[in-house]
Design a protein around this ligand. Structure first.
Ligand code: SD4
Length: 309
């Protein structure tokens, strides 16, 4: 039997993020506040090299952040290529609530953040700078196709928790006590990407989509393939047609595999979905994807996502 409130999120770092979201949900708070507070945890964690502070930089050494948020009323906000701000999700929320726009990018997003009281900070940790300099030695400043997946392949997914193979974004979906759903997605994007590259994570319909009549979906992995297939919107539309969350995620993964089988073999993409009843599911191209679930009954259980390969 599905229970509400509920919060689910991608990868094993979702456990700690869910706990922060649960504090909001368990005290009658709004799903929107829960997902914002929840993803603040990995955003502020310097050990997490794929989200917020401590994220791996682009090939020029800039940490550039992508994030979006969507509420139960169909409101949404996003930032892309945002530098120097610890909590891009909160800037995305402010874009949603304080501007007539949906997305701000780059310098404009930074200007907006600073005007609204966010602090300018250095997000490049010593560890991430070191990793980037190592990368520069062999990659010679050329972006390497699927660099993160190469790390992923080497890492024998069963032996390592998700956050050690550097292929992760946090996507979070929550239903509150009133039954309303919201979602958030935040990342530093693909490591060593070209400066200016934007992934799926800040794009409504690609990295995240929420429809309060149906449910929500979010994604992680190689954003280009998710954008091409408008992945999260597809998952939600499939649930609208009656697909169970896991089946909807699987169908979206199959779409990617069918269109570009050769590319799909070598990359990871995972989807995570939650319907209005509180049923959830996930599916990924490759093994190693995981997600965390938190309700009053399941305390931060980590559930491995199913995969095609
Ligand atoms: C992106 N989906 O930028 C995101 C990030 C990710 O490993 O999951 N990276 O494409």
């Amino acid at each position: 039997e599905p229970v509400k409130p509920i919060v689910i999120s991608t990868w094993d770092f979702g456990i700690a993020a869910n706990q922060a979201a649960w504090k909001v949900l368990s005290t009658g708070g709004r799903a929107l506040d829960a997902v914002e507070k929840g993803v603040h945890v990995p955003e502020a964690d310097p050990k997490n090299q794929s989200v917020g502070y401590g994220g791996l930089p682009d090939r020029d050494g800039h940490v550039t952040l992508d994030a979006c948020i969507m509420d139960d009323l169909g409101n949404c906000g996003a930032v892309a290529g945002l530098e120097h701000i610890m909590h891009p999700i909160s800037v995305a929320r402010l874009v949603m609530e304080k501007t007539p726009h949906v997305m701000l990018v780059g310098d404009g997003a930074l200007q907006f953040a600073l005007e609204n009281g966010f602090k300018k900070e250095n997000l490049l940790t010593k560890e991430s700078e070191k990793a980037w300099k190592e990368w520069l030695k062999t990659a010679k400043y050329a972006p390497v196709m699927n660099i993160e997946n190469k790390l992923y392949d080497k890492a024998a997914p069963t032996k390592l928790p998700g956050n050690q193979y550097n292929h992760d974004t946090i996507g979070m979906l929550a239903i509150d006590a009133k039954g309303n759903i919201s979602g958030a997605c935040t990342t530093s994007g693909m490591a060593y990407k070209l400066h200016g590259r934007v992934g799926d994570s800040p794009i409504i319909g690609a990295g995240l989509y929420v429809d309060n009549e149906v449910g929500g979906a979010t994604s992680t992995g190689v954003g280009e393939e998710v954008i091409r297939n408008v992945g999260s919107f597809l998952v939600v539309e499939l649930m609208r047609q009656g697909y169970a969350p896991e089946d909807a995620c699987k169908e979206a993964v199959m779409r990617i595999i069918k269109k570009k089988p050769e590319i799909a073999k070598g990359i990871q993409v995972g989807f995570l979905a939650l319907n209005k009843k509180g049923e959830y599911g996930a599916y990924a191209i490759q093994k190693g994807f995981s997600y965390a679930v938190c309700t009053s009954q399941k305390d931060d259980l980590l559930i491995p996502g199913k995969s095609y390969y």
